[in-house]
Design a protein around this ligand. Structure first.
Ligand code: HEM
Length: 403
């Protein structure tokens, strides 16, 4: 694990000084545009890390895991999981769960995801108003991932609380704020581990048809995974699957309310929903930045990066790079091609991307089938998710007419 040289803190959980107001945290994109123009690759003394803003550079970093290692300091949760592993272990471990997330396996979940979405909407439809975050965008992915893992969906409030803490970062660059987040993280991690330890023990004696049982039965070169490894994987899936997909759904509905013509267009032509979701991923990426550590001295964008330096790749900036996307500041519902980096790139490309896309598409399709005239409740206070890399809002109240 690599801490920053100067402060001893983990650079990639400290917010950039430029994002120092609520408005900027809610809409950081103009700042990324400025930084991409002025300092496309820069060393930030206050966070002791490099920031990389251009598409070409971000892409190059993500596709070169030998030079840019994932064994970074993000994981203050201590456990090893595939997100922070390098080959060859990464390749082996990823191979194990790949089968559970192929597009075919995931596509078969569609009817079930549709019925969960419908049930969640049934509960609020008569009211004519809802909070898209807490009423749909939070519970849908939590229920789906809990069912896949084989853990009780009734515990979903707990999962939400734990995974919120796991993606949380300090709100300011001070030792006190940093230590507080580290302590909260450590506690959530302990609780989650204890929770999953119980389930792992149960599944060892009585396997079921779920992901935890599959992981327990799996072997790498004749060797089974130990309990610690299965627990770490489960925690990663729960956290990675929740926080991100929630924000994809919420950001997509936010976009619908920001552009009523777009809302009508999608209603009339639901075939546009898959490309709409891709454009939401480009425009409002739920994961803004991805961290790596340089394994050797290397030049990026004319700057000399040293072995051991932390490098933060700003996906949210790369996705709006004018050198890659035509008219990047415009939301183009049928943009093609759309090579956004919202799910990363290369060997760590998001394992859950087929599932996230499916959930996003089904959520939007069902919303547009059952709701019309969807409007943001003007004047409502918006607050951002306190995380240095997850982008979204904590609540998003809407009004609508039920169809
Ligand atoms: C990796 C984004 C949903 C599981 C990643 C990475 C990104 C990402 C950017 C690459 C990180 C890196 O290179 O270091 C997203 C977004 C999602 C989403 C934007 C939703 C819109 C999900 C879901 C799951 C999931 C639903 C699981 C059920 C994972 C896992 C990895 C990963 C296990 C690690 C893969 C590896 O290291 O090989 N995700 N994710 N994600 N994601 Fe997702």
């Amino acid at each position: 694990m690599i801490k920053t040289k100067k402060t001893g803190r983990y650079a990639n959980i400290i917010p950039m000084a430029e994002l120092n107001t609520k408005e900027k945290r809610l809409n950081p994109f103009p700042i990324y545009d400025q930084l991409r123009q002025s300092t496309p690759v820069r060393y930030d003394e206050s966070r002791s890390c490099w920031d990389v803003f251009r598409y070409e550079d971000v892409h190059r970093i993500l596709k070169d895991p030998a030079t840019f290692s994932s064994k970074r300091g993000m994981d203050i949760r201590k456990r090893e999981n595939i997100l922070i592993m390098d080959p060859p272990r990464h390749t082996q471990m990823r191979g194990l769960v790949n089968k559970a997330f192929t597009p075919k396996v995931v596509a078969d979940l569609a009817p079930h995801i549709t019925s969960i979405t419908n049930a969640l909407l049934d509960a609020v439809l008569d009211h004519g108003k809802m909070d898209i975050v807490s009423d749909l965008a939070v519970p849908l992915p939590v229920i789906v991932i809990a069912e896949l893992l084989g853990v009780p969906t009734e515990d979903r409030q707990l999962f939400k609380e734990w995974s919120d803490i796991l993606v949380k970062g300090p709100d300011e660059n001070t030792e006190e704020a940093f230590n507080q987040v580290v302590a909260e993280n450590a506690q959530a991690s302990e609780e989650l581990s204890a929770y999953f330890a119980r389930i792992v023990e149960q599944r060892r004696s009585e396997p079921k048809d779920d992901l935890i049982s599959l992981l327990l039965a799996a072997e790498i070169e004749g060797q089974k995974l130990n309990d610690e490894e299965v627990i770490a994987f489960s925690i990663l899936l729960l956290a990675a699957g929740n926080e991100t997909t929630t924000n994809l759904i919420a950001n997509a509905v936010r976009r619908l309310t920001e552009d009523q013509a777009l809302q009508r267009q999608l209603k009339e032509n639901p075939d546009l929903i898959p490309s709409f979701i891709e454009e939401v991923l480009r425009f409002y990426p739920p994961v803004q930045a991805i961290g790596r550590v340089a394994t050797r001295d290397v030049e990026i964008g004319g700057m000399q990066i040293k072995a051991g330096d932390q490098v933060i790749s700003w996906v949210a900036s790369a996705n709006r790079d004018e050198a890659k996307f035509k008219d990047p500041g415009s939301f183009v519902v049928d943009r093609k091609p759309n090579p956004h980096l919202a799910f990363g790139f290369g060997i760590h490309f998001c394992l859950g991307a087929p599932l996230a896309r499916l959930e996003g598409q089904i959520a939007l399709r069902t919303i547009l089938e059952r709701l019309q005239d969807i409007q943001f409740v003007t004047g409502s206070e918006l607050s951002y998710i306190q995380s240095p890399f997850v982008y979204g809002v904590k609540q998003y109240p809407i009004t609508f007419q039920a169809i």
